[in-house]
Design a protein around this ligand. Sequence first.
Ligand code: ATP
Ligand code: MG
Length: 294
Amino acid sequence: MPQITENLIRDYRITDGKKFRLKDIDPGDTGKARSKKEARHLLQRGIEWLAEEQEKLYATDSWSLLLIFQAMDAAGKDGTIKHVMSGINPQGCQVHSFKAPTSDDLDHDFLWRCSKVMPERGRIGIFNRSYYEEVLVVRVHPEFLLKQKLPSRLIGKKIWDQRFEDIRNFEEYQSRQGTVIRKFFLHVSREEQQRRFLARLEQKEKNWKFSMSDIAERAHWDKYQDAYEEMIRHTATTHAPWFVVPADNKWFTRTVVAAAIVDAVHSLKLEFPTVDKTKRKELEAIEAALKKEK
Ligand code: ATP
Ligand code: MG
């Protein structure tokens, strides 16, 4: 398993962003997967393996896992989360979707609403969008920054670099506390987004997925791509790597994401907690007493 997952994810994992260029990763890539069927089979195995490991994560009650998903609209965040986590016990998993900030959110620092809901020890936390919106949508729409009620003297040219630094520090702090962070940018092409939007307009049962704001954001495509590239260049680290996952083929996206999560959990070498001798003796006594009961 580890070798297969490593082969799948190697080309998409960014641990040092200095040389990263978004154009080096093709959204249509299906990499090392020999066939769709083989990839689906791997995905299934990964899902089953994760379900077993999650029990150990929960029982160990020490590490936690944070999975962050960022993407353009219709890149497949929701479907990927749904598929990859399908075998997971819901009690050990917490999904949070971050939409436009509320007035309560705007009364606090930008990390506040996310730091409140970081996964507890033993849990898997999923952020569907995250504090990274603060260097994406807010960067593409500077008017959003003005709504953040920051003292004007603190809004300068360096604000984005400062945000990158704050995010890096936050993630380093969290990882030193036992939160394993993996970040996924589902990299869809402009053409594939067009096809998916058209499907949402043409097929009645998909109409609900379409939102006017999606088209408005599509108009800013290039600005978003630049913002994503900058974000990855500044916030990819060994303890919190970015995975830039080709997203024009959903089956491939899901397999790569599952493989990256399997790899992260595997690195923890989880075991069910064992009890010491005294405790074992106590348990044996209780077991014997229980057996004697009529
Ligand atoms: P999604 O678009 O993630 O599938 P959705 O369509 O259910 O979810 P929306 O109402 O579109 O939800 O909310 C997501 C929107 O909120 C996105 O356009 C995103 O850019 C915006 N958003 C998220 N975080 C912030 C933020 N910090 N500042 C401004 N806008 C934000
Ligand atoms: Mg939306």
